[in-house]
Write a protein that binds this ligand. Structure first.
Ligand SMILES: Nc1ncnc2c1ncn2[C@@H]1O[C@H](COP(=O)(O)OP(=O)(O)OP(=O)(O)O)[C@@H](O)[C@H]1O
Ligand SMILES: [Mg+2]
Length: 376
């Protein structure tokens, strides 16, 4: 897919900004605090119905304004053009997502329609942070390639909320009867999620191996291992996972009452990254972390490209400045081979030799406006 244009109204520091994007590479150049990341964030609203990092819609609303709007024409790989619009009204606290003027009932149905891969400083937590950060990463990749997974996740979160509510309200007293129906649901949906995550990680392994070796010359072998919340005997078939979840729920019954929260299920899975058998989290250098992350994201791109009906767009927020010259050169050559990309940067040194035309455009961003556009 390609984002042909976008109009941002009252979105963070963009009062009214219009872009006509290049079909291949788009460089957003500007000094700190000018509105480059904000532009990428607006694009993430178009693709995912929400920001890739702000937690609420109100945060991105321009201070003092009552609504924001992002409007765009998105072209699919087949050449079909869709008019996509996201609008948020702060007075009603309501967000609308429309495709060709038709309101989208369920935002979750949009996930995967406009596939996007985002590489931003926020993503550092994928390799440095907690298991929750890694789960979030794989969940978004799987979600963009499987509508069933999005629905299972939505349902699982609802089950978890209900179950936790019962446990909290019981204040340590026995609530087995109330939990019973929710246990069954937790096992059913939890098993589906674990099963899917395991399949995904197996499918994903060759992608990461390939993108990593593309960036790094030395023999460093990346590995991603799945450590689900339950020990499953035998292979990770749905039946075996269900049995393991049931057993562990029974075993943790008293602990759950004591801690007043659900202790068993895929919300407690861990995903372990390692390099040459050494845990990334404990042993890797800053550069190795960064390289691993870049390789993960490039792998995400190729994985989604093969599974979604459209080629993902790639948003790179301030990525090149953190890599050494050799690795950023390698990343640049990967980026060149992808589809449509959006790159924010404070220096265009590395794009010095580029020719600007309808495929490659450079936008100079100043105080929430496009101060200058280089297209020819
Ligand atoms: N809700 C909001 N309303 C108005 N302005 C906002 C809002 N949220 C953020 N801003 C402004 O947006 C600017 C930051 O924009 P952005 O994060 O896109 O900068 P940037 O160009 O990516 O800079 P850097 O190179 O430092 O990453 C800041 O000046 C900030 O005050
Ligand atoms: Mg920024």
């Amino acid at each position: 897919m390609k984002i042909l244009n976008a109009r941002l109204s009252n979105f963070r520091n963009h009062a009214e900004t219009e872009f006509n994007f290049g079909s291949h590479m788009n460089v957003l150049l500007g000094e700190n605090g000018m509105g480059k990341t904000n532009t990428l964030e607006a694009l993430s609203f178009l693709c995912l119905t929400k920001s890739f990092y702000a937690s609420t819609d109100g945060t991105v609303l321009q201070r003092g304004k009552t609504f924001f709007e992002i409007e765009s024409t998105i072209q699919s790989d087949t050449g079909k053009e869709l008019r996509v619009r996201v609008a948020y009204d702060d007075q009603q606290k309501k967000k609308k997502f429309t495709i060709n003027s038709a309101d989208t009932e369920k935002f979750s149905s949009v996930i995967g329609m406009f596939p996007v891969v985002i590489l931003s400083p926020e993503n550092n937590s994928i390799t440095f942070g907690s298991p929750a950060d890694r789960r979030k990463f794989i969940d978004l990749v799987i979600s963009q390639s499987s509508t069933a997974y999005v629905e299972d996740m939505v349902e699982y979160r609802r089950i978890l909320r209900q179950r936790n509510k019962i446990l909290t309200e019981a204040r340590g007293k026995d609530c087995a009867a109330d939990l019973l129906p929710w246990n069954e649901m937790l096992v059913k949906y939890g098993a589906r999620i674990i099963h899917k995550r395991n399949m995904f990680l197996q499918e994903f392994a060759p992608y990461i191996a390939q993108t990593y070796s593309h960036i790094v010359d030395e023999r460093e072998t990346p590995k991603i291992e799945y450590a689900p919340t339950v020990k499953v005997s035998g292979d990770l078939s749905l039946e075996n996972i269900i049995a393991a979840l049931e057993t562990k729920l029974q075993k943790k019954k008293n602990d759950e009452l004591r801690f007043q929260t659900t202790l068993v299920g895929p919300h407690r899975d861990e995903i372990i990254f390692s390099l040459n058998g050494m845990l990334l989290k404990h042993y890797a250098s800053q550069g190795q972390h960064k390289t691993f992350l870049v390789a993960l994201k490039a792998a995400e791109f190729f994985y989604l490209k093969e599974r979604c009906s459209d080629t993902p767009v790639f948003l790179l927020d301030d990525v090149f400045s953190e890599l050494d010259e050799q690795r950023s050169g390698k990343l640049f050559s990967i980026v060149e081979s992808l589809g449509q990309t959006f790159i924010t940067t404070t220096s265009d040194k590395m794009f010095g030799g580029a020719e600007w035309n309808s495929h490659r455009r450079k936008f100079i961003i100043r105080n929430g406006t496009v101060a200058q556009e280089a297209t020819a």
